[in-house]
Design a protein around this ligand. Structure first.
Ligand code: TRP
Ligand code: SF4
Length: 433
């Protein structure tokens, strides 16, 4: 009996393990068992890491409010990489989350010099029609950054908590960087935090599905979120301590009174902090939630630091990175289905030099862009993938037939998707567009 082959070998997370160590991204694997009906990207380890997703998973399980949000810069054609983010948004919406989708026109305008009219057109034609066609329901909020007063106002507030030196360190900004570009990164933080504004139901866990290259934005936004808090709740040997950050003396006083109303008796107030001696360390979470509510009543934000999910990137069909600037490397969602099928037939595989060698040694699905297409987009069935993987490894499967099958599936997918995009076009008003 041959050793059991791992059909997810192609998505080994070894390359990503340094992300875990260096940046403090957690492995998704530990959370997976708690998720009912996981998305195939979760089961297949394509989603490999997260920050703070535990909060989202718990909210989902307990049917408490949570949200999912991500954004797209309207700078070119949306390809299968963008589809991954779309699917993750839709999955969370189906599992009870409020969904928010930003079209990052301020970013595209300031960073890429794309006109507002072109941003509008690309936002709708490339991104919005596709995400609706893929199944986003009208309860979602789809918006253009430049048209959202709430996001722009929040960005201004957040800007007061962000320093130039840190943006320079994160994004490489210099004295030559245009100021609108700097503003656009703060607007992105506002995108991420605005699902927690009172008009959107207040503080709650929010997950941002992104590629791992976007982690710097997430870290910045998590920092900004906690800088906006008025209180920091900490557990300290047997007691719970609240530090009033920007809170004035009146608010500290009111907070101490609130804690007493909650039933705590040993509440000691200092100039800038409060100690609750009869709250056990395990109560810290409860006290924190209380203070969050209090903070919002006092006109603060009470932001929960946003969570994130990180997925692996697909390899480009020509090998190397998949890039929107190289048409041969990707398949666009609006691409001519016949053309897409041809690209698959030309794609780099994990096949051997000759048929004989392939039969003898077997192929290498773990380095095959065609197998990756199946894994990321073209197969819903775990046992089918297992079979393809094993047949390839054992030399029973030949690249020619395999490519033909993938090409046919991508053709069929695009025909259907593009038909659904036309239906979505008729439905834009349901989404307020
Ligand atoms: N900066 C992202 C990009 O380049 C787009 C974006 C804007 C975004 N706002 C966001 C992504 C909020 C995630 C969350 O594609
Ligand atoms: Fe890739 Fe299929 Fe060839 Fe295996 S047989 S290397 S999966 S194209």
């Amino acid at each position: 009996m041959a050793t059991k082959l791992d059909p997810w070998g192609a998505v080994s997370i070894d390359d990503y393990s340094k992300l875990f160590e260096e940046f403090g991204i957690s492995s998704f694997e530990e959370i997976l068992p708690q998720i009912d009906d996981p998305h195939p990207y979760m089961k297949r380890h394509i989603i490999f890491g997260h920050r703070d997703y535990q909060k989202v998973a718990s909210a989902m399980k307990e049917k408490k409010p949570f949200a999912v949000m991500s954004g797209f810069m309207p700078s070119g054609r949306v390809h299968l990489g963008g589809k991954m983010v779309m699917e993750e948004i839709i999955w969370h919406q189906k599992h009870g989350g409020d969904a928010f989708v930003a079209i990052a026109d301020m970013e595209a305008h300031s960073v890429r010099g794309i006109s507002w009219a072109k941003c509008r057109e690309m936002g709708i034609e490339e991104y919005i029609l596709s995400i609706i066609a893929l199944g986003l329901e009208p309860s979602a909020t789809i918006y253009f950054q430049s048209k959202s007063g709430a996001v722009r106002d929040l960005a201004f507030e957040l800007a007061a908590a962000a320093r130039f030196s840190e943006l320079a360190a994160i994004y490489g900004f210099s004295g030559e960087t245009n100021v609108a570009h700097m503003i656009s990164v703060i607007v992105q933080s506002a995108d991420i935090l605005h699902p927690q504004l009172p008009e959107n139901g207040g503080p709650k866990p929010v997950v941002i599905p992104v590629g791992s290259d976007q982690d710097a934005h997430i870290r910045l936004t998590r920092d900004l979120a906690s800088r906006m808090r008025k209180f920091l709740v900490e557990e300290r040997e047997g007691r719970v301590s609240l530090r009033g950050k920007a809170a004035g003396p009146d608010i500290i006083e009111a907070a101490a009174a609130r804690l007493k109303e909650m039933g705590y008796k040993k509440v000691k107030r200092y100039e800038e902090h409060i100690d609750v001696f009869d709250a056990k360390a395990k109560d810290a979470g409860k006290v924190e939630e209380m203070m969050r509510v209090f903070e919002v009543e006092e006109g603060g934000y009470g932001f929960v630091p946003p969570a994130s999910l990180y997925h692996r990137f697909m390899t480009g069909l020509t090998g190397g990175k998949m890039s929107s600037s190289r048409p041969e490397s990707h398949i666009a969602l609006t691409e001519d289905p016949e053309e897409a099928a041809k690209k698959v037939m030309r794609a780099v595989t994990g096949g051997r030099q000759s048929l004989a060698e392939q039969k003898k040694l077997g192929g290498e699905p773990e380095r095959c862009t065609v197998y990756e297409l199946m894994l990321f987009h073209l197969s819903e069935d775990e046992s089918e993938l297992q079979e393809i993987f094993e047949e390839c490894k054992s030399g029973e499967r030949m690249c020619g037939t395999c490519k033909k099958e993938a090409a046919e599936r991508i053709r069929a997918f695009l025909i259907k998707h593009q038909r659904e995009r036309e239906i979505a076009r008729e439905r834009l008003p349901e989404y307020g567009l």
